[in-house]
Ligand binder design. Structure first.
Ligand code: 3PG
Length: 215
């Protein structure tokens, strides 16, 4: 990878668009057209989850071939995941939970991390390690917008990206909250559209989503 690539903080990743798409790819051939489809619709921060055997190859393909995209890795659970993701060209990482080990690994790699939290204790642990931009996961299942409102008191200095059960329909309710910068969700990249190579559907969903406003 060229060393001149722009670096982004976790907060900049969150501020780029109203949503970070959560992407699951089974076939490396889908990576580049899928990334181009999202970029065409106005979404360039892309979270490719490490859930499939081809995930790292997909990250590498997007990093090498789609310079307009900023590809990150999701489902980063271990230091080894973080290292493999960074080597493949990931420019940020998202984890479903938080451990000091994953925090330190990402810091050592210079990889911005959006750690997942679902409780006050987890927020305090992540904050203690210097992370103040967090993913609220699984957002709908763990309390939804009401939980975020409750957290805005004691955790007034923390910003969230709620993910899990968020849709185009309920995203505005999250985006209206003062402690929410963006949301995460898989709805922009439906598995059937990817399987069929229906990239126009993904561009349309990205465009609709990119038009959501942070209020
Ligand atoms: C995930 O990690 O699967 C994300 O939270 C996506 O959840 P969603 O499919 O409900 O958007």
């Amino acid at each position: 990878m060229p060393t001149t690539l722009q670096k982004f903080t976790a907060l900049q990743v969150m501020h780029d668009a109203p949503v970070i798409p959560v992407i699951v790819l089974n076939d490396v051939a889908h990576a580049v057209p899928m990334a181009r489809a999202l970029v065409s619709g106005g979404i360039r921060m892309l979270e490719v989850t490490l859930r499939t055997p081809s995930a790292l190859a997909c990250i590498e393909a997007i990093a090498n071939v789609v310079p307009e995209a900023v590809v990150g890795a999701g489902t980063v659970r271990t230091p080894a995941d973080a290292k493999a993701a960074a080597n493949a060209g990931a420019r940020f990482a998202v984890s479903p939970g938080y451990t000091p080990l994953i925090g330190q690994a990402c810091r050592d790699l210079g990889l911005p991390l959006l750690p997942g939290v679902a409780t006050g204790s987890e927020i305090m642990m992540a904050q203690q390690d210097g992370f103040t931009e967090l993913k609220f996961f699984p957002a709908m299942q763990a309390g939804g917008p009401a939980m975020l409102k409750a957290w805005s008191g004691p955790f007034f200095d923390v910003k969230f990206c709620p993910t899990g059960g968020v849709t185009l329909q309920n995203a505005p309710e999250f985006l209206a909250l003062s402690n929410v910068v963006c949301v995460g969700g898989s709805w922009l990249v439906p598995a059937d559209a990817v399987a069929k190579g229906d990239w126009a559907v993904i561009t349309k969903l990205a465009r609709e989503t990119a038009a959501l406003k942070k209020s």
